[in-house]
Design a binder for this molecule. Structure first.
Ligand code: GPP
Ligand code: MG
Length: 301
């Protein structure tokens, strides 16, 4: 039987710098989100030391930032809360970077879904390595590139407006690669196939991600609200390990960071100058056991 559906138009194929690649309507909507995104919780934190992150924080909160200091002003209190949230996000980036190594300055790393670029800068400052960051947002790639130029590290840290599933980078050229809270925008089999292609044998892959908990059942209401908020599709924990096993990535370290990230959300909820409205949903998702914040480290075999 032949089914002809005249209402379904062929998807447009926009140009990319390395070569034409397919971009779905969904991917275009995701790019639209990040091209328009200017949340103070990202820009105000990044401004502190020009490390712009698009992920959450880990570690214990210094709750004294909420105290009224003698002679302190509301503005001073806001600055202290902003700095504390940034410290926790920076600790998350350092935790991820610590699992990439050891690396030498001649090594090359791949940052899949690099946002405004903070993670690649953290890896470069730590190891002196070359870094290639990839984002589907033209605006983020330009912003991150400008940051690298200002730091004078643009000879080693480069950002590209490309699809992380289809980078066009050379096979086996990377010693380490990662996704920091960007896996929920893509199919894991396609993603891990690209990481496995780019990593040399014995290379290291790291992800920190929010996943839904298989023991809860399916995606909870809170997980669905997070999906709607960011236009993403949070995977179950099990899917990571299945997809890694199918793509030559063998887990060597798995850490549940849920307890370590809850304090970040408790503080962020009280940062009235920075909240985006998703804070209670994250706390609810972690609280009812439907959602987990996970670190997975894997070797490319
Ligand atoms: C962090 O980005 C969030 C994502 C990249 C998507 C969803 C992540 C999950 C773990 C589910 P951000 O820093 O831009 O978010 P926000 O503006 O809320 O700080
Ligand atoms: Mg943020």
């Amino acid at each position: 039987m032949t089914i002809i559906d005249a209402t379904t138009a062929a998807a447009p194929v926009p140009a990319q710098t390395h070569r034409p690649t397919y971009q779905s309507t969904y991917q275009t909507r995701v790019a639209d989100y990040w091209n328009a995104e200017e949340n103070p919780v990202n820009l105000e934190l990044g401004k502190i030391d020009d490390l712009y992150h698009h992920h959450y924080g880990v570690g214990d909160v210094d709750w004294s930032v909420l105290d009224d200091e003698p002679g302190g002003s509301p503005a001073r209190r806001r600055d202290r809360v902003t700095a504390e949230l940034h410290r926790l996000e920076q600790a998350q980036a350092e935790l991820l970077a610590s699992h990439l190594g050891p690396l030498s300055p001649t090594d090359r790393v791949f940052d899949a879904g690099c946002g405004r670029g903070g993670g690649s800068v953290v890896a470069h400052l730590r190891y002196g390595c070359h870094a290639d960051g990839v984002t589907i947002s033209r605006k983020q790639a330009d912003f991150a590139g400008e940051q690298a130029r200002r730091r004078g590290i643009d000879d080693k840290v480069r950002y590209h407006h490309r699809n992380m599933l289809d980078t066009g980078f050379p096979s086996g050229a990377y010693t380490a690669s990662w996704n920091n809270e960007s896996t929920m925008y893509v199919e894991l089999d396609l993603l891990f196939a690209e990481h496995a292609r780019l990593l040399r044998r014995g290379g290291r892959y790291v992800t920190i991600t929010g996943c839904y908990n298989d023991t809860y059942g399916r995606a909870s209401r809170e997980v669905s609200l997070i999906n709607a908020h960011y236009i993403c599709d949070i995977h179950p924990r099990s899917e990571y390990f299945r997809a890694m096993a199918r793509n030559r990535l063998v887990p060597v370290h798995v850490q549940d960071l849920t307890a370590a990230t809850i304090p970040y959300w408790q503080l962020r909820k009280q940062a009235e100058h920075l909240v985006t409205g998703i804070e209670d949903t994250f706390l609810g998702a972690y609280g009812n056991g439907s959602f987990q914040y996970l670190l997975i480290v894997a070797d490319r075999v």
